[in-house]
Ligand binder design. Structure first.
Ligand code: ADP
Ligand code: F6P
Length: 319
């Protein structure tokens, strides 16, 4: 391996820059040349390559987003697009590719591997919805961003004695909702992994009010329903003054937490080491604090498991 490339793809996540920096610095440390591919797989098809030296990844570890930009590229889902990408990689004499992204991006990396090109994945998505890794890059920061917002909403909820429904991200996984719900002391958390029991939510709100509770916070993952629909049901069934806040894309930005910077650094360096060892078609994961290599096919075929014990804890603490 003399020359490797790195790209970011799909939704951006805080800590992706730390991973890019680690790929570049570890690569150079191991006597390799490193290039960046801009705008994910679109840049791979278009040949949008930039050389990355030690200095070009300076001052980025603390920044959210991705210096390589990211994209969703329909063209790469086709065989023609993949073959064009492969031609460009060969023309630039690239020997290996690191893809930082979510499960969609890993499907692209797997296709390249099947076409005979060494590719490796690093899980970067705020949703934490990838199997075979305890954490994905960006999740910790997103949870911290969410609880920062929830704390602020709690202040106004308490002052006005209102019920607040807060919609957080998570199309298929309830991790952001669950973690921020537990950390933010929410009364109820609605996640896609379990069926929403509106009767129970309304009952709990009413019981709380009977005990003198004047304000409440309900967290709903976007994959369950929109916050406004849940807010409407609660308003209708309880008569409580209810407001809805959608946190939206602010959860994707901001400086990465220390955890995400370290995770990104570890995963970036591990990806380079694996390429050098000749392990391709794998994803770097973290399991019980250890960096591991998991075949992409295995990670993609399994469903990410949310920590259900945390859901039970949330339920029992919000009485
Ligand atoms: P994420 O990686 O965050 O899950 P997406 O699902 O949008 O985000 O996927 C990112 C990109 O990965 C897509 O825009 C596309 O370029 C590529 N991709 C997704 N699925 C496939 C596939 N089956 N084959 C090839 N490339 C894919
Ligand atoms: O990064 C994952 C995610 O944040 C999802 O939770 C969300 O539904 C989606 O991306 C939105 O992404 P976009 O608006 O970029 O399509």
């Amino acid at each position: 391996m003399k020359k490797i490339a790195v790209l970011t793809s799909g939704g951006d996540a805080p800590g992706m820059n730390a991973a890019i920096r680690a790929v570049v610095r570890r690569g150079i440390f191991k006597q390799m040349e490193v290039v960046g591919i801009k705008h994910g797989y679109q840049g791979l098809i278009d040949g949008d390559y930039i050389p990355l030296g030690l200095g070009s990844v300076g001052d980025i570890i603390h920044r959210g987003g991705t210096i390589l930009q990211t994209a969703r590229c329909e063209g790469f889902k086709t065989e023609d697009g993949q073959k064009q990408g492969l031609r460009n990689l060969r023309e630039h004499e690239i020997d290996g590719l690191v893809v930082i992204g979510g499960d969609g991006s890993f499907n692209g990396a797997l296709k390249l591997t099947k076409l005979g090109f060494p590719a490796i994945g690093i899980p970067g998505t705020i949703d934490n919805d990838i199997a075979c890794t305890d954490y994905t890059i960006g999740f910790d920061t997103a949870v911290n961003t969410a609880i920062y917002a929830i704390d602020k909403i709690r202040d106004t909820a308490a002052s006005h004695e209102r019920t607040y429904v807060i919609e957080v991200m998570g199309r298929h996984a309830g991790d952001i909702a669950l973690w921020s719900g537990v950390a933010g002391g929410a009364e109820s958390v609605l996640i896609p992994e379990t069926e929403a029991d509106m009767d129970d939510i309304v009952f709990r709100l009413s019981q709380g009010q009977k005990r003198g509770k004047k304000h409440s916070i309900i967290i709903v993952a976007e994959g369950v329903s929109s916050g406004s629909k849940i807010g409407e049901i609660i308003r209708e069934r309880t008569g409580f003054e209810t407001r809805v806040t959608v946190l939206g894309h602010l959860q994707r930005g901001g400086p990465p937490s220390a955890f995400d910077r370290i995770l990104g650094s570890q995963m970036g360096a591990k990806a380079v080491d694996l390429l050098i060892e000749g392990q391709f078609g794998v994803m770097v994961g973290v399991q019980n604090k250890q960096m591991v290599a998991v075949p992409l096919e295995e990670a993609l075929s399994q469903k990410h498991c949310l920590q259900l014990s945390l859901y039970e804890l949330a339920h029992s603490l919000s009485i």
